[in-house]
Design a protein around this ligand. Structure first.
Ligand code: AMP
Ligand code: ZN
Ligand code: FE
Ligand code: FE
Length: 281
């Protein structure tokens, strides 16, 4: 039996492992298929692909986009993306620039709140195009400004706290469309975390391809509920650990082992979509 983990992050976004370390961990957990889903970036793909190839692991090109629907924040996973798709890459570049400006705004807000953190310290630590709040929190810890990342979030970075800066979000419809244009399938990430049950139906009706039913922070009840919904709507069932390396205490990789049959269904859907796209041309 082959197992997959279709949701994980490296240090090309807010994870702590390099692609090579993550691939090795996946291998050690007995995983045979992985998808790297770094936020708003495909920067780590080449290295992850090579590392997986060396270990005999099947690798899927993917990303996690932040989107918005009806006031809800939604994370949308795009799988089997075309790495050469110029339009998709230009959009990612735009999202990354917004993330970088947000870091500058957060640093300014921290300064105003009496915390002398410079944006450059965050960029130097992040060393990637797609920085986020965990990088800010870690830079604060490293500079001795707070005791832990948790304190950084609780006191400054959480919604409503002095250095919270809202994140730019594209509409969920646009995100789905973007993924489709790049030849991929679009899956709603961890609906149990965002309490987005009521938006699943309209998004599926507008073309969303699947639901991440299995996630390390979904309860057994969540997993079963979303599996039923996916079957009822006739969309893909996926799952992943959402491992961020050591950022959240311990690595979550290995926490979800998705049977390979779900990967096969995803591939069938990708092939069908690409066939339709070729016909439309
Ligand atoms: P951003 O996308 O920049 O708004 O950052 C969101 C990331 O921050 C997600 O990966 C969250 O899991 C992470 N995060 C939220 N709260 C905390 C916390 N208390 N400690 C560490 N990471 C957190
Ligand atoms: Zn993340
Ligand atoms: Fe997410
Ligand atoms: Fe994630």
């Amino acid at each position: 039996m082959k197992f997959a983990d279709l949701h994980m992050h490296t240090n090309f976004s807010d994870g702590t492992f390099t692609p090579e370390e993550l691939a090795q961990r996946a291998h050690d957990c007995g995983l045979r298929v992985v998808a790297l889903t770094d936020h708003d970036t495909l920067e780590g793909c080449e290295r992850m692909g090579k590392a997986c190839e060396n270990l005999g692991i099947e690798y899927i090109v993917a990303t996690e986009l932040t989107a918005e629907y009806d006031g809800y924040e939604i994370h949308l996973l795009g799988y089997y993306l075309d790495l050469q798709d110029e339009y998709f890459l230009s959009k990612l570049c735009q999202f990354q620039k917004v993330r970088q400006s947000r870091i500058i705004e957060m640093a300014e807000a921290l300064n105003k709140a009496g915390v002398p953190l410079e944006a450059d310290a965050v960029f130097e630590l992040a060393k990637c195009k797609s920085p986020g709040r965990p990088h800010v929190a870690r830079a604060m810890v490293n500079a001795g400004l707070v005791k832990s990342m948790d304190v950084a979030f609780e006191k400054y970075l959480k919604k409503g706290k002095p250095a919270w800066v809202p994140k730019f979000k594209i509409s969920a419809f646009e995100a789905i469309e973007l993924v489709h244009r790049a030849g991929g399938v679009a899956v709603m990430a961890h609906p149990g975390l965002n309490r987005t049950d009521e938006v699943l139906k309209p998004l599926i009706e507008s073309g969303m391809d699947g639901i991440e039913c299995f996630h390390t922070r979904h309860s057994t009840n969540d997993c079963e509920r979303y599996e039923c919904m996916a079957e009822e709507f006739g969309v893909l069932i996926t799952g992943g650990s959402d491992c961020h390396g050591m950022n959240k205490g311990r690595p979550l990789i290995g926490g979800i082992k998705l049977p390979y049959v779900y990967v096969e269904r995803m591939k069938e859907r990708v092939a069908r979509r690409r066939g339709e796209m070729a016909e439309a041309k």
